[in-house]
Design a protein around this ligand. Structure first.
Ligand code: SF4
Length: 289
């Protein structure tokens, strides 16, 4: 995990980060790249670039833009898998997608927080994109990448969210079909602009909406996992399974969790795995020799 920025100045109306962490600070690209080269020379093969909104890297100080940093990191010898977190839809440019497309070691697992599927809620959240902007990014991803997984964050019951707004979130989730979603019922953070807006929904109503969303997303996540059956996935094994010493677990290149036949000698190596079934929310596979 390599932190590339500190702080955030996007001021989403529900979020406390800009007040507690302060403005965006991008760390010098030269130092970041030198550090990752050192990690790679010590045998690290997977790196995640971290920041509140990594897509804004460099905007505060005239550093290289994020897509360039991504490209330079992907070119470091020994880095077999490169992830980045978190992206913001308002800054997710097609240059980033081009760099992903041209570098096979960049993970095709994209985390793109939507938060709400209703334009009027996004506006009140101060997210600075509309649903059509968001759908345009999805279209670009579909056009340029052969295979990718998408995950997101969603908040239900934001102050002023009507039943119709909530239905729009459900509709967006059904259409986009995320592989995974982190879903929350809105709860006010003292000191944020949203916390001063009067809430009309009760806690029970927010939980009811959240449960409906979770039920829908679970069904979609399962469908997405099942669609990987019979495929050959590239996996970096991370640890021996707790249940059996003849099984190891890790993540596929799309960051789906997987358990497959193997042992401690597989840890940290890239392995080709055939997916044979889905158990719960985990793919089960066998090593291809
Ligand atoms: Fe920044 Fe993310 Fe908080 Fe928005 S939600 S203010 S982008 S940290």
């Amino acid at each position: 995990w390599v932190t590339i920025t500190h702080g955030c100045e996007n001021f989403c109306s529900y979020c406390i980060v800009p007040y507690v962490r302060g403005s965006l600070i991008s760390f010098p690209s030269e130092r970041i790249l030198k550090y990752i080269k050192e990690l790679a020379s010590e045998g690290v093969i997977e790196v995640t670039l971290l920041g509140q909104n990594v897509n804004q890297y460099g905007l505060d100080c005239g550093e290289i833009p994020f897509y360039k940093l991504l490209e330079k990191t992907a070119a470091i010898n020994g880095i077999k898998k490169l992830n980045f977190l978190t992206s913001h839809p308002m800054d997710f440019s097609s240059s980033i997608v081009d760099v992903i497309k041209d570098n096979s070691n960049i993970s095709r697992s994209i985390h793109l927080p939507l938060q709400s599927g209703a334009d009027q809620v996004l506006k009140r959240m101060n997210r600075k994109y509309t649903m059509s902007d968001y759908f345009r990014i999805i279209e670009t991803l579909k056009l340029k990448l052969e295979d990718f997984a998408l995950s997101t964050d969603l908040i239900v019951g934001f102050p002023g969210e009507t039943e119709e707004d909530f239905r729009n979130t459900l509709k967006a989730v059904s259409e986009i079909k995320y592989d995974e979603a982190f879903m929350y019922a809105y709860s006010p953070r003292a000191g944020t602009p949203a916390s001063s807006i009067k809430e009309e929904l009760t806690k029970a109503e927010k939980i009811e909406r959240l449960n409906e969303l979770i039920t829908l997303q679970r069904k979609i996540s399962l469908e997405k996992l099942k669609s990987r059956i019979n495929r050959i996935e590239l996996v970096i094994a991370e640890k021996v399974s707790r249940k059996s010493e003849n099984e190891v677990s890790g993540k596929t290149f799309l960051n789906h969790p997987v358990v497959f036949t193997g042992n401690s000698t597989d840890i940290g190596k890239e392995t080709r795995v055939e997916i044979i079934e889905v158990r719960g929310s985990t793919l089960i596979g066998k090593k291809i020799y």
